[in-house]
Every structure is written in structure tokens, then in C-alpha cells.
Design a protein around this ligand. Structure first.
Ligand SMILES: [Zn+2]
Length: 136
């Protein structure tokens, strides 16, 4: 199976992004962790922001608390047909904050509301994730 992450993708598609997309397709939310300093990342990175290069898989909890949100009215060209849409940043655990769309939002987002990160299939090979409100 081949999988890509997000609504659009670069032509050169690194192995770490392919693996991440495959995991999302299987509803697995796997970031990574620096083996030197323990910093955690989601989505995964090829190297730690402190220039350490040895990373290992780190599965994240997929329930978080909304920390910030906005409504996108003027979207990038490849997302213009979806605007307006809400995006939010929620914290899955200390240090891991994830930005994703909140597509099902019928009411105004509230800081602190509980959100669940869910896999979303965009087309035959593209996968992303979205926030779904589980408790406001
Ligand atoms: Zn590190």
C-alpha cells in the first residue's frame, strides 16, 4: 500500500512522511522521540530540534485539550474550496501540540474543550487527521 499525508504533497516524498501516512491510514498516531534528550514530536521529525539525530517511534495518545483556534477565511490556493474552515491546536500531552482542522464544528470552539484526533482519508492514497469534539 502507498500512502501520502495531507491534502497536497511535495514531489519528493521522504520515507519518514510515507511511514507517517501509512500509520495514519491504519489509525495509528505515531510520532517520535529523541533518544538523547527525550523531546517528543508529532508528526515525527528526522532529527531533534537540538540537532540530535537518533529518533525512535513514539505512539501518542489521541485525545487532547484545545489550546487555540481560528477560522480560516482566506485559505491557500489548494484549500480555497474548503474555506471557511476551523483549525485548532490541541495538546495531547505536555510538549506535544497538534494543529488540525476541526471540520465538524457546529458551535464556536472553546478553549479547554476535549478533542479526539481521528484519521481522515482525503482520496485513494492521501490521509490526514482532524479534530473531533468529544466534550465541550
Ligand atoms: Zn534531542
Amino acid at each position: 500500500m502507498s500512502a501520502k499525508f495531507g491534502y497536497v504533497s511535495e514531489e519528493s516524498y521522504p520515507a519518514i512522511a510515507k511511514k507517517f501516512a501509512m500509520n495514519i491510514a491504519k489509525k495509528k498516531f505515531i510520532g517520535n522521540k529523541c533518544t538523547t534528550c527525550d523531546k517528543k514530536y508529532f508528526p515525527p521529525r528526522t532529527a531533534c530540534e537540538d540537532f540530535h539525530e537518533t529518533m525512535e517511534d513514539y505512539p501518542v495518545n489521541n485525545v487532547g485539550e484545545l489550546k487555540a483556534w481560528t477560522i480560516i477565511h482566506f485559505a491557500p490556493e489548494n484549500m480555497a474550496d474548503r474555506a471557511p474552515y476551523a483549525v485548532g491546536i490541541a495538546e495531547l500531552e505536555p510538549g506535544i501540540r497538534v494543529l488540525a482542522q476541526i471540520p465538524s464544528l457546529m458551535q464556536k470552539p472553546k478553549i479547554g474543550m476535549k478533542l479526539e484526533l481521528q484519521a481522515q482519508q482525503v482520496d485513494a492514497v492521501r490521509f490526514t487527521y482532524k479534530w473531533v469534539v468529544i466534550k465541550d
